[in-house]
Design a protein around this ligand. Structure first.
Ligand code: G6P
Length: 477
């Protein structure tokens, strides 16, 4: 490896910064952002030679922007300010009412509005302008996720020799789905401005290559696309978590206290955990229906199991998210009203976020973790549960539609649309002997420990360096 690269600065760019602003009594404070990208990469960037460009999460009036710039600069974070119109059209509109549903195969949720697209283009350009002001000649650029698909090409046009990596944290759909988008070619052209494009799974890579070669005048050899004298490498980099952090947390005094609190008086009750952002891709309603099915067909478990379901508020100004929230509220209410007794309730439902210590205690206490998304790029909750199981017990039930299912093959793998399948998996998990739990958990822990988030970052950066070196040597031939 060319060692000059190790001293290169990395400019990470994502829609959201790893912190977001909360305004209370006219005071701004910063709290961690939700979601896999921010939690996964949020700690890693602090340790390296990196800066991060992104939106701070709310509209900041012009006369207060300087204050925010200064506070964030101390954390090596550089804000891109969005107006309320841009938040509505680029973030809620194009990103979350077009790309998010289509990339998660929920095409009927998509609204192909021209105004969304126009704003998506101009905001990608805005991100480019902020980045270009911060960029030095030898910096490497690492763009994150679907909100910035046009950014690689915009930056390439301005800086033809720049080192540009792109990683997508959500699935890439098959050609038949992707081609429905009116601006499909523009999106692909935007993306192939990068030198290296990464996805979580090999299936995403396959879908992307097949889509690009069918829609664009590019050639492909294995996982390399070529356009003129440029080569673009497309590869799978399954994202990991900070294993040591989650494993270590469960042994702290604070978390131990929480664990004792959860366990007290519940020796006879098996505890099932579910944690997600509010999102229709997460299969929350189906998961609840599967639990209802179980209570209906296996009344012997009434009073013997409890679901702790945390739904972290997200995108609640997008209509489909608001509707989903109402449906969840209703279904939880119905199930609890039907099955609860004076001193037992089947679903403990929380619509809020929790500090990491509480999450850690929940992970460490749960007999079963139920992760059943309809479709998910990776799903880091499943890995956080595994890292928190220091005794090697507990059972993970995991959707085959989550990227994580490709690595965590010792989980009980289910089809999230098959409620009977989920119910059966819960029954198997409830009865699983300890030695089988331990055999499966040990195997999964070694994978999550080894392929942790540091490994993911290093692997991507190393590959980006190699790809750039190869390109340079091809050009000088
Ligand atoms: C997923 C996406 C991220 C996004 C996160 C939270 O993890 O891959 O790009 O930041 O959800 O969603 P939000 O819309 O609140 O940023």
């Amino acid at each position: 490896m060319d060692t000059s690269y190790t001293s290169m600065k990395t400019v990470i760019i994502s829609n959201r910064l790893p912190v977001k602003i909360i305004e209370e009594n006219n005071e701004y404070t910063f709290i961690p952002s939700e979601g896999g990208l921010a939690t996964g990469l949020g700690d890693v960037y602090k340790n390296g030679n990196s800066i991060w460009v992104g939106w701070p999460g709310i509209e900041v009036p012009e006369d207060r922007q300087q204050e925010v710039v200064e506070k964030l600069a101390a954390l090596n974070l550089y804000p891109v300010f969005l107006t309320q119109d841009e938040i509505n059209l680029y973030y809620e509109g194009f990103s979350n009412e077009v790309l998010w549903p289509v990339f998660h195969y929920l095409v009927t949720y998509a609204h192909y509005e021209q105004s969304y697209w126009d704003c998506y283009r101009s905001v990608n350009d805005k991100f480019a302008q902020t980045t270009l002001k911060l960029l030095n000649k030898n910096d490497r650029i690492w763009i994150q996720d679907y909100q910035l698909l046009l950014l690689p090409c915009i930056l390439r046009t301005q800086q033809p020799f720049a080192t540009i990596g792109f990683f997508q944290h959500i699935p890439f759909p098959s050609y038949e789905i992707f081609r429905l988008i009116p601006w499909r070619k523009e999106l692909l052209n935007g993306l192939i401005g990068a030198d290296l494009i990464g996805f979580h799974t090999y299936d995403d890579v396959r879908h992307f290559i097949s889509t690009a070669t069918r829609l664009l005048p590019v050639n492909s050899t294995a996982n390399v696309l070529s356009k003129g004298d440029r080569q673009i490498v497309v590869e799978a980099f399954p994202m990991g978590i900070d294993f040591d952090k989650f494993s270590g947390l469960t042994t702290t005094q604070e978390v131990k206290k929480e664990i004792d609190y959860f366990k007290s008086g519940k020796n006879e009750v098996k505890f099932i955990l579910s944690i997600d952002r509010l999102d229709y891709s997460k299969g929350i309603l189906e998961r609840l229906r599967a639990l209802e099915l179980l209570l209906q067909h296996h009344p012997e478990y009434i009073g013997k199991i409890e679901l702790y379901m945390i739904v972290v508020p997200s995108r609640d100004s997008v209509p489909q998210y608001r509707d989903l929230k109402e449906q969840i509220d209703q279904l939880v209410g119905n199930i609890n009203a039907k099955y609860r007794s004076i001193n037992w309730i089947p679903i403990n439902y929380f619509y809020r976020s929790f500090p990491i210590e509480v999450l850690s205690a929940l992970y460490a206490t749960a007999d079963i973790c139920l992760v059943t998304p309809m479709r998910d790029g990776m799903n880091l909750v499943s890995k956080e549960y595994i890292a928190s199981r220091n005794q090697n017990d507990g059972v993970l039930i995991l959707s085959e539609m989550a990227g994580a299912s490709k690595e965590l093959t010792d989980a009980l793998i289910v089809n999230p649309n098959n409620l009977g399948d989920i119910m059966e998996a819960i029954l198997v998990a409830l009865k699983m002997p300890l030695d089988e739990q331990q055999r499966r958990m040990k195997a999964m822990r070694s994978i999550v420990e080894k392929f942790n988030v540091k490994h993911w970052v290093q692997n991507f950066i190393l590959r980006l360096n190699e790809v750039k070196d190869t390109q340079k040597s091809l050009l000088t031939k």
